[in-house]
Design a protein. Structure first.
Length: 102
């Protein structure tokens, strides 16, 4: 069973400049179903997972289907500016702003 962390929703700061929370969980990619979650978490939890060597991906709804999106990466150079953003591939430039808001 291949398990990955995925984000499927985001909440931004009051001024809309940075993500503060995500909706995420663990997905079994062999069966394409949630193992845990999705649950709300602060972005720092995603940063901790990324800094710990884990990969975190995004998933998006297109029509009636859920499709994989780009993985996440940390951004910023200090605790005040540290955050996450998508790491776009050559054919996928979706960002966190393209995810549903909660």
């Amino acid at each position: 069973m291949a398990k990955i962390s995925v984000v499927n929703g985001v909440r931004f700061s009051d001024d809309g400049t940075r993500p503060t929370h995500v909706r995420w969980g663990i997905v079994d990619t062999d069966r394409n179903e949630w193992i845990t979650g999705p649950a709300e978490a602060e972005v720092i939890e995603v940063i901790d997972a990324l800094m710990g060597g884990n990969e975190v991906w995004t998933i998006y709804t297109v029509g009636s289907q859920t499709v994989p999106g780009p993985r996440l990466r940390t951004v910023g150079d200090s605790e005040e500016t540290e955050g996450v953003e998508t790491h776009p591939g050559p054919d996928d430039h979706r960002t966190l702003r393209d995810l549903p808001r909660f």
